[in-house]
Design a protein around this ligand. Structure first.
Ligand SMILES: Nc1ncnc2c1ncn2[C@@H]1O[C@H](COP(=O)(O)OP(=O)(O)OP(=O)(O)O)[C@@H](O)[C@H]1O
Length: 282
């Protein structure tokens, strides 16, 4: 059964956004990363990374496993302190003034850790209250978001009993409830079913159409190509290419360009022979 999309409600949420009006003050990027760096022991996860996300853009970040996407997004959203560099959220230095920066930010982190002894409805309402929202508004938005995301029937279920996809969706509801100006989503479509995926796409598209900015990471090139107007290809903690989708694709498909930039790997001929049933000895 189709899930009703509360586009009108999301528009209304836009009107309540705390902070900058669409476009200003300051017409700079929605998110600006300058010289962001992080190492874990000897491993350089993010290597003096620069990136500008224009306001009102739908920005995809792609890269191979271990490229540094999650580490970058964690530093860009106040979840992981950088070794060096700055993250500016709508002009506010996130690490110098976390409260102002985070007010404008909605985050879906990777490997979400939630207060999972709350029900879905309690959790989303709580996320709103933590953002200083009025209780009645938080409750109303919580119900609307859970309904839109197909979680109305699970609103009174403890989040610890949610499936992986349900957990992802309730975490997304938490990121949306205060109607941020900038949404940063680490793999928002991972584990969600196709119907929920469509719903999430519609919510995010409506959010961008209403003046918001979305940054998401994904491994699914077709999805990034369909949804995003800008893309950055990240590998080994650095940006290999960034810009509008067409600038990065340069006439090719995103997948082909990705492989060209990152370098493809194929299985060495003759290896894994033992997997082939014709050569199995037992
Ligand atoms: N807490 C940590 N401790 C040690 N190493 C880490 C830690 N977090 C990340 N790394 C390392 O940093 C590098 C970048 O990891 P990161 O999770 O940012 O990559 P990613 O691009 O998000 O990968 P994936 O697409 O597989 O999710 C990897 O080599 C990873 O092993």
């Amino acid at each position: 059964m189709g899930v009703p999309i509360p586009v009108a409600s999301l528009d209304r949420m836009e009107a309540h956004v705390a902070g900058d009006a669409p476009g200003g003050p300051g017409e700079g990027p929605a998110l600006s990363l300058r010289g962001l760096a992080k190492r874990f022991g000897a491993k350089v996860a993010v290597d003096a990374l620069d990136l500008d996300v224009p306001r009102g853009s739908f920005y995809g970040i792609v890269g191979p496993n271990g490229a540094g996407k999650t580490t970058t997004l964690s530093m860009a959203t106040g979840l992981l302190r950088p070794d060096a560099g700055r993250a500016l959220v709508l002009g506010h230095d996130l690490w110098a003034d976390p409260v102002e920066g985070k007010r404008r930010l909605g985050v879906l982190p990777d490997g979400v850790r939630l207060f999972d002894r709350l029900t879905g409805a309690e959790l989303v309402r709580y996320a709103g209250l933590l953002r200083g929202m009025d209780r009645a508004v938080a409750e109303e938005r919580s119900a609307e978001l859970l309904d839109a995301l197909g979680l109305a029937d699970a609103a009174r279920t403890l989040v610890v009993d949610y499936s992986a996809g349900m957990t992802k969706k309730v975490a997304l509801a938490c990121a949306l409830v205060h109607a941020p100006r900038l949404l940063v989503l680490d793999e928002p479509f991972e584990a969600v079913d196709p119907i929920s995926g469509t719903t999430i796409r519609e919510i995010l598209t409506g959010f961008v159409a209403g003046g918001g900015t979305v940054v998401l990471s994904s491994h699914v090139m077709e999805l990034v190509e369909r949804l995003c107007d800008h893309v950055a290809v990240v590998s080994a903690g650095r940006v290999l290419a960034a810009g509008t989708l067409d600038e990065v694709r340069t006439g090719s498909t995103l997948e082909q360009r990705f492989v060209d930039l990152v370098g493809g790997r194929s299985v060495v001929p003759g290896s894994l022979e033992w997997l082939h049933t014709s050569s199995a000895s037992s």
